[in-house]
Write a protein that binds this ligand. Sequence first.
Ligand SMILES: [Zn+2]
Length: 480
Amino acid sequence: MNRKGFLGIFCLFLLMGCENPRLHLLNVFKSIEVEVSQNSVAYPLLTDICDRYGPRLAGTESAARAEELTAILFRSYGYRNVFFQPFTYNQWQRGKALLHIDTAGSFEEFPSLALAYTPSANISSEIVDAGNGLIDDYNGKNVTGKIVLIHLGLLPGTPENVKNTNRAQKLALAVAQGAAGCIAVNASPGDLPVTGTATLDGGMIKIPAASISMEKGTQLRKRLAQRNCYARIQTDNTCRPATARNVVARMEGYDIPEETIVIGAHLDTWDISPGALDNTSGAVSVLDIARTFRALGLKTRRTIDFVLFMAEEEGHYGSELYVREARHRNRLQGIRYMFNHDMTINTYGFNLMGRYESEDFFREIGELIQLTDTSFSNTIAHFTHLGSDHAPFIFEGISTFTPLCEYMDFHSYHTTADTPDLITPMMLEKNVKVSAMILYALANAQELPATLFTGEQTRQYLIDNDLQESLVVSGDWRWD
Ligand SMILES: [Zn+2]
């Protein structure tokens, strides 16, 4: 909403003899600030969930126990409409992964992790350095039957106009080029191999892929520049059907209940760490925002769905299911925003994902947030991507946004180092406070600037935001 819009509502409220809406928002924001500062449970919940359940790969026993706990928590906060959304998906299970590098007859084991949805294998071959693993990196190279070494990010010295693609696309390209295996190098420093999904369609890919740390990758690349090196990759992975459940707490709107704001976070993690940042941080934020709303007795004109999604890591299965269910129940058209929390700490603004029509509204609300939280810089960004649970909502034309977060470093991402010692209570509270404030403002606004895109508008939006190519590669482009 623009300033004129606010003025209009202001006058309307004066005529109606109601409290000035800006003053009302400011008062609610102040109460949120006090409630979260004094009573936030986000941090103790984060350490409890991480310590009690550890890694929570969707469909495992520990994940199921975490689903149960969060449903109990929502109910304990006072939500009466709490329900599960069960679904079955193709779960990948990690076995052992061994990577040996042979340089001039001397064998060395490199610490490694299999990428998810890579198969069991036992292969040996020469290593070929395929740089960033992008199409141009294969020019003039014959990698048929070889093991390719690829960087998961962009190597230093890569020209600025080169656009990176995701890990699954790089693996698909390596398969298409005829590689027999892949060594994938972590894009972040920290001396740790990284995991993550290598599949584009949920099935097992054809070749084994072992990740190594950035530091080991640099070392191997230097060796390869001097002499031929060989690798042996031994992996032992399987797939099986597994059942997981989204957990939803619904707070019905008192005025326009058919309109919904969805706030969600994935509760699942990879299998190698408790996922303190990715994504216990987001899950406990959503729980604590839900708790704050009930603790303050906040009522909203629109319905709010607080959702903990499962199986985000393997391919957004839980959020896809939520969207399917909403369509089935004729609720999809009423979803005005999807507010996604994935690795959310130290929030200083909002990423509106290329939905410029919402900018004025967010900026105005952000100015009020700044009056209660001076550390909030009210930055608006448009970093559009499809790498989390907001993606299935984008495909339906729904406006999505996320907190804009400040990370000290990113070394723990998808590694064994994603542990609670990385997180402080303050980091979480900064997200909970401003996210609760914007959520309240959206759920109570007289009018919202977000429009539901038509199929054609969604198509154009994806093209304008450079997302068409990756969707074509993954087989998810459904607009032509
Ligand atoms: Zn995540």
